[in-house]
Design a protein around this ligand. Structure first.
Ligand SMILES: [Zn+2]
Length: 177
């Protein structure tokens, strides 16, 4: 499987034909996207959308700074890529793997897209929208419910985030916000 920043733009098409099967493997792909995000100076969060046959439909990491877009969270970018690839904004029978518990925006987008299942890594007690602060995918007032599982490779995800913010505080990175 290709790694390295030079394959980033082609990542979704390159990996479209690859099939894996364990949740840990998909989360490792999401973690790889999170590491690439950190290299770009973005908060290290990565996401992968997987189809019912186990195929990776789309993968990406945070790009809010690069795109000057508050909506450019990893989950949003993956949903947009997948929607374009499938020619449909609805993405039923898919599972989204993301390294950190989604915020309310992303949780809302998962509901809009009719994603079936969400698997996240670390919890986000400050901004989490599916378990911590709100339970967007599990609110029966909304017309779609999301199966939610958390804690997969949470330590790896948490360490990436902690290291990133520690480096920024100590001035190793060029803080932009
Ligand atoms: Zn988000």
């Amino acid at each position: 499987m290709p790694t390295g920043s030079n394959v980033l733009r082609e990542a979704s098409s390159v990996t479209a034909s690859l099939s894996m099967n364990s949740p840990e493997q998909y989360m490792e792909v999401a973690l790889a996207e999170a590491r690439l995000a950190a290299e770009r100076g973005e908060v290290p969060i990565g996401a992968v959308l997987v189809g019912s046959g186990g195929e990776i439909i789309a993968r990406d990491g945070n790009r809010t700074i690069e795109l000057c877009d508050p909506g450019a969270h990893a989950e949003m970018l993956v949903l947009r890529q997948a929607g374009r690839l499938r020619g449909n904004y609805r993405l039923p029978d898919t599972t989204l793997y993301v390294t950190l518990e989604p915020c309310v925006m992303c949780a809302g987008a998962l509901v809009h897209a009719r994603v079936s299942r969400l698997v996240y890594g670390a919890v986000d007690p400050k901004a989490g929208g599916v378990v911590s602060l709100f339970q967007v995918g599990q609110d029966t007032r909304l017309n779609h419910l999301l199966a939610v599982e958390g804690g997969l490779l949470a330590a790896e995800s948490g360490t990436l985030l902690k290291d990133f913010f520690r480096e920024r505080r100590t001035g190793a990175g060029e803080g932009k916000r």
